[in-house]
Write a protein that binds this ligand. Structure first.
Ligand code: 0O2
Length: 220
């Protein structure tokens, strides 16, 4: 019995390690892009990069909520946000630029893109989400690990972290005066993004951009 439990624990540790390694691969890619951008263009488009691994409890909650079979193969197939990397950029244009630079890399496979900047969620949430698969070379061979990468601006990040706190404070039942206020704040955040980006362009002698949200090019 004890042996079985230990086996299960070891299997879970190896399972989660794969996601941690995948997350590190993406984190490394982002820090290379950030440093090279700085060297090549004397400009840093990345404000900060954060990573998180879903906890076993949070994975279990999602397995139940999505009706996924409770075995590691099914979880591997169906739950694609166990590893998450969040890239906070200065401006909307940088969000798309970094996205393109990541998904254009030969070893990256794109599984899904959700552009909540072009189409914000009902509550005002904005971010560009992509599920990528990155190869990880283990002692036992190569595995392709899904990682959810969220690209957003500082203003979008500010909004999302406050909204997240409110959502959990009210146990997901936020009073309508607050949801209305959050929607208004999301509009203000978008206006700030556009204004700051135009200021930045002016300082650097570039024409103000009439369409701050560039369309995504066709993905590979
Ligand atoms: P955490 O703590 O960031 O890990 P799901 O919502 O996961 O059932 P799906 O389709 O996987 O379904 O979700 P989606 O739309 O791709 O978004 C998943 C993640 O985006 C969330 O992860 C949040 O990080 C972020 N997100 C999406 N919508 C909102 C929103 O309305 N407000 C905020 N603040 N964040 C949002 P987790 O796992 O929920 O949370």
């Amino acid at each position: 019995m004890l042996e079985q439990v230990r086996g299960l624990r070891d299997e879970m540790t190896r399972f989660l390690s794969e996601y941690r390694f995948g997350m590190r691969e993406i984190e490394t890619k982002m820090s290379i892009l950030r440093e090279d951008f700085e060297n090549a263009h004397a400009y840093n488009p990345v404000e900060h990069v954060t990573c998180r691994l879903k906890s076993p409890d949070s994975i279990a909650e999602k397995v139940v909520r999505k009706g996924v079979a409770p075995d590691l193969d099914s979880i591997r197939r169906e739950i694609t946000d166990i590893a998450g990397v969040r890239v906070t950029c200065s401006f909307v244009r940088d969000v798309y630029r970094l996205f393109e630079l990541l998904v254009g890399q030969d070893d990256i496979t794109v599984r899904e893109v959700k552009d909540y900047i072009a189409e914000p969620k009902e509550n005002g949430y904005k971010s560009l989400h992509v599920i990528v698969e990155v190869p990880v070379f283990l002692s036992t061979g190569m595995v392709r690990v899904p990682v959810e990468v969220q690209f957003r601006t500082i203003a979008m990040d500010f909004w999302a972290s406050l909204e997240h706190k409110i959502y959990y404070k009210y146990d997901k039942h936020v009073p309508s005066r607050l949801t209305d206020s959050l929607r208004e704040a999301a509009v203000t955040a978008s206006e700030l993004d556009a204004r700051m980006e135009n200021l930045h362009r002016e300082i650097h002698g570039v024409q103000p951009d009439p369409s701050p949200v560039p369309p995504l090019r066709a993905l590979p």
